[in-house]
Design a protein around this ligand. Structure first.
Ligand SMILES: Cc1cc2nc3c(=O)[nH]c(=O)nc-3n(C[C@H](O)[C@H](O)[C@H](O)COP(=O)(O)OP(=O)(O)OC[C@H]3O[C@@H](n4cnc5c(N)ncnc54)[C@H](O)[C@@H]3O)c2cc1C
Length: 304
């Protein structure tokens, strides 16, 4: 692997920005983690294709980031390239007549939600308050207990690096699960077509406000986190299970099971990734012992 050769080759590609030894604690909502050998922003499709070609040629491992709101980065960092999608991937186009929105995966989900509201299109209300990008939300099939991204998706366009081509998937060509999809891990979501419904602006606003109020009541907004750490087991609330185990407030170093929501492990200021992992291990072991349930992490790990 040669990151220096890669940096040299990448510097010649238009619409590519490369930062070496980038601190990832500045790039994640957790504010935790070491450095990435390379942090690369691709502002166009051409830039992305060319970048991946270079990384493959130079044998540099890579991972894709949206806004890093669901990622725990190891304290040792990531000895590869973190890729993010820039300008060309942030476009949002709304067709009110067909109630469809086509958006680049680098667009913030909050913007997609607001565009839907501005055009009186219903369907995105559940996503109000979910941080991160549209690409991250599709990849995670983000949502609430009752509403998921997959319900509003019509089509997804990805770049498949292994085949070096674009691929278009209709909604029903992808298997959508609880915070998972059947899209190959290496595929990069580039664009998403959303099918919404004509609605009433006042009703949409009311639903969003309700959803936001619920979120503010039940989530620790003031402290850095990655949202829910574990997936809910079928028909159960993992937050409630953790709370009933008496684990709220349990801490290791600067990582603490939130007093507000049992399934949030917050960074109280000085948490390391190792602290978070230790708290996760304690929660996992206690829940397994108490309920016989083996929790699955929702958070994604990088550099472990
Ligand atoms: C306070 C808080 C509240 C949250 N509430 C919710 C909630 O209610 N519901 C919910 O589902 N989640 C929630 N989350 C988690 C998180 O916001 C979502 O999972 C979000 O969709 C992740 O988007 P992101 O852009 O930050 O993705 P990242 O965290 O950067 O990445 C997440 C995963 O998606 C992959 N990915 C990102 N972009 C792409 C792409 N273009 N192509 C392919 N793969 C990609 C990454 O490789 C990674 O595996 C919350 C997080 C926080 C901090």
């Amino acid at each position: 692997m040669s990151t220096s050769n890669a940096v040299q080759a990448l510097s010649a590609i238009e619409d590519v920005e490369v930062v070496e030894n980038e601190r990832l604690d500045h790039r994640t909502s957790y504010h935790i983690g070491g450095k990435a050998a390379l942090f690369i922003t691709c502002h166009s499709y051409h830039a992305l294709r060319s970048t991946i070609k270079v990384l493959l040629r130079e044998d540099v491992e890579w991972a894709i980031f949206g806004r890093g709101t669901n990622i725990l980065v190891a304290d040792e960092g990531y000895d590869g390239a973190v890729l993010t999608l820039g300008r060309e991937f942030r476009r949002v186009v709304v067709d009110e007549e067909s109630a469809c929105m086509t958006a680049g995966s680098g667009a913030m989900l909050s913007r997609v939600v607001n565009e839907a509201l501005n055009h009186s299109l219903a369907g995105m209300e559940f996503a109000v308050g979910v941080p991160g990008t549209l690409g991250g939300a599709v990849s995670m099939n983000a949502g609430t207990r009752s509403d998921w991204m997959s319900e509003v998706i019509e089509e997804v366009t990805v770049y498949a690096p292994t085949e070096e081509r674009l691929k278009h998937y209709r909604y029903d060509e992808i298997e959508w699960g609880y915070r998972t999809t059947s899209l190959p891990k290496s595929d990069i979501v580039l664009e998403v077509k959303l099918r919404l419904r004509p609605g009433n602006k006042i009703t949409i606003t009311e639903r969003m406000e309700r959803s936001l109020r619920r979120r503010r009541r039940s989530q620790p907004a003031a402290m850095p986190s990655c949202g829910s750490v574990f997936k809910n087991p079928p028909e159960r609330s993992v937050g409630k299970m953790i709370e009933d185990c008496g684990l709220k407030g349990f801490s290791v170093g600067g990582a603490e099971v939130s007093e507000v929501h049992g399934n949030f492990i917050v960074n109280t200021g000085s948490a390391t990734a190792a602290d978070v992992v230790k708290v996760m291990q304690k929660v996992y072991a206690t829940v397994k012992e108490t309920y016989g349930v083996e929790l699955q992490p929702e958070v994604k790990f990088l550099g472990f």
